[in-house]
Design a protein around this ligand. Sequence first.
Ligand code: FAD
Length: 413
Amino acid sequence: MTQLKRVEADIVIIGGGIAGLWLLNRLRQQGYAAILLESGTLGGEQTHKAQGIIHGGLKYALQGALTSATTAIADMPALWSACLAGDGVLDLHAVPVLSKQQYLWTTGGVGSKVAGFFAGLALRGQVHALARAAYPDIFQHAKFRGEVYALDEQVLDVHALIRELVCSQQDAIFRINPLTAADLHFNAAGELDALDVNTCLTGTINICAKKYIFAAGRGNDILFAARHNLRLQSQRRPLHMVVVKHDFPYELYAHCLGLGATPRMTITTHHSLEGKTIWYIGGQLAEGGVSRSAAAQCAVARAELAEVFPWLDFSAAQFAAFKVDRVEAQQPGSKRPDSFSLIEEKNYFAAWPTKLALAPLLAEAILARLADSDSRSGKADLRELRHLPVPAFAQPVWEQVFGMKEEGVVLCK
Ligand SMILES: Cc1cc2nc3c(=O)[nH]c(=O)nc-3n(C[C@H](O)[C@H](O)[C@H](O)COP(=O)(O)OP(=O)(O)OC[C@H]3O[C@@H](n4cnc5c(N)ncnc54)[C@H](O)[C@@H]3O)c2cc1C
């Protein structure tokens, strides 16, 4: 009879997106023997598709009302700035900031309404109207009839962020087959006793921890499948993102303001391995385009860009579109949660950051809950896990869509 291999640790984190990776860093810094299990690539499913915007709440305030979502996220730019300067809870000074600020621009027709909104809303001085001479190059054209504002919200290189969060933790990160509800073993009191990790190399390894933290995005659904507990349910809000590859030199990090609560388009700029400019586009285009085919979504994106930048010719640009879900804790009416969600049941947690920017707050909330328990021994024997592979890093989504043609991605010339 083969003996079941067993590993013990203080904390097991399931999921190597921003929530799991940030938490792993904070827990080990605080002396917990924590490990992270990932079934796909590092950077997760949602995280590496994020635009990298460290929101401070303006996006949520565009209708002119300060909601609890606005206030929950308002401190995030300062928290991240401290980390990026090497003075925060984590040292992220090596992570490149793609842009220190973003622009908000109006097209001719909506300028006055939006200007009135900014005048009436106290946003901690984060938004500044710009004089025309200070407009970024792309708006220095006679055909541009709108106005431009600057917004003090940074945009990060998400891939560099992931690498930075992984580099000092590699000895605690392991690639596994996707966990299923059948791999979770609960005792009669409803506590999670252990989970089984199956690998072709070593067979089944039984992992026991004092606490288990599920930060697996849509993978958190295995908890709901195992417990049928409505508190553990997630919700999905789909997006249809657009990627444009072109030769224009403009590094645009900007929201095009329309009359709705969501920017008409939110554009961030990246670079492909072959050195081309990539515009990665979300906003209302992505939220409102989920029922379109990829070809139709590309056509709408082309028309939108032609309308807002009539002085640019996009005929040589390549467009691609792909669908992705934002995964959050279930909310009444499937509304967007105001902040991160953390559900504690017995000795396990289900965690959803809601936004990449909120992952640090989520980690602090978990640390605060753990402080009351006796889950910190600092000791783990991980020898049985040493045969497990290390997960690979997720590729930038623009390399995937223009390179490998994943399922669900349509390239549009
Ligand atoms: C298109 C898009 C753009 C966004 N832009 C921004 C932005 O600019 N700013 C911002 O603040 N937020 C943004 N967000 C939101 C942000 O990306 C997410 O809130 C955040 O990345 C979620 O991180 P996570 O770690 O919870 O999940 P994920 O990144 O999804 O990671 C979950 C991980 O768990 C693993 N996993 C799943 N199931 C299992 C299993 N059964 N066993 C083991 N492992 C498993 C997955 O492989 C994955 O690696 C954006 C989201 C999307 C979709």
